[in-house]
Design a protein around this ligand. Structure first.
Ligand code: VC3
Length: 199
């Protein structure tokens, strides 16, 4: 087994997908959480100035979705054919595109509030419609068993639900998928033992 060190803030955010994959695959790693105050010192030393990064035997990997793909390669979480793997990637990128539109680092409260409200009330409903239709009556988003994009849906929607508690009121199937992910024994265990953070 390689030596794994994940570096991210003390929050779920973009790091949590990697933590879910490690939990599900029962892989040991160092879950290094940095303080906001230390970030300015750390940033210039990183290849692209962004976290999360995953150090694998001293090699620095960046981009959470690339890391997710790498860790799930040749595992049951990847998608069972190359076509399904591309479908997994596609849905993950769609979720990531949306999450990345939020101005997470915006300092001005009025600007932040206005952008968040716009995204949650005007943009989210269309995405949720599309995801609901894509899921349909299936048990999982892609194929007939759980993949890492089901994890990513649970993670992204958890953050959106903090911002907008009634987000899934009209989408019982998407809410049920969250519950199915949360009920996977390894994920349930991680959710119970992880540091509680708002985002
Ligand atoms: N945050 N998830 C994100 N997926 C935060 C981006 O600061 O709380 C994300 C793509 C930041 C939460 C980024 C989620």
């Amino acid at each position: 087994m390689p030596n794994y060190k994940l570096i991210y803030f003390n929050m779920r955010g973009r790091g949590e997908i990697i933590r879910y994959i490690f939990a599900y695959l029962n892989i040991e790693y160092e879950d290094h959480r940095i303080e906001q105050a230390d970030w300015p010192q750390i940033k210039p030393g990183l290849p692209f100035g962004k976290i999360p990064i995953l150090e694998v035997d001293g090699v620095t990997l960046h981009q959470s979705l690339a890391i997710a793909r790498y860790l799930t390669k040749n595992t049951e979480l990847a998608g069972s054919t190359e076509l399904e793997q591309c479908q997994v990637d596609g849905v993950a990128s769609t979720l990531d595109d949306f999450m990345s539109r939020f101005p997470w680092a915006e300092k001005k409260p009025d600007v932040r509030e206005q952008a968040f409200t716009q995204l949650l009330t005007q943009e989210a409903p269309g995405l949720l419609q599309d995801l609901d239709a894509y899921l349909g009556e299936k048990e999982w988003l892609v194929g007939d068993s759980v993949t890492w994009v089901d994890f990513y849906w649970e993670i992204c929607s958890s953050t959106l639900l903090v911002l907008q508690p009634d987000l899934l009121a009209g989408h019982p199937r998407l809410a049920a998928l969250r519950t199915r992910v949360q009920a996977l024994p390894a994920i349930a265990k991680w959710i119970q033992r992880r540091p509680p953070t708002r985002l």
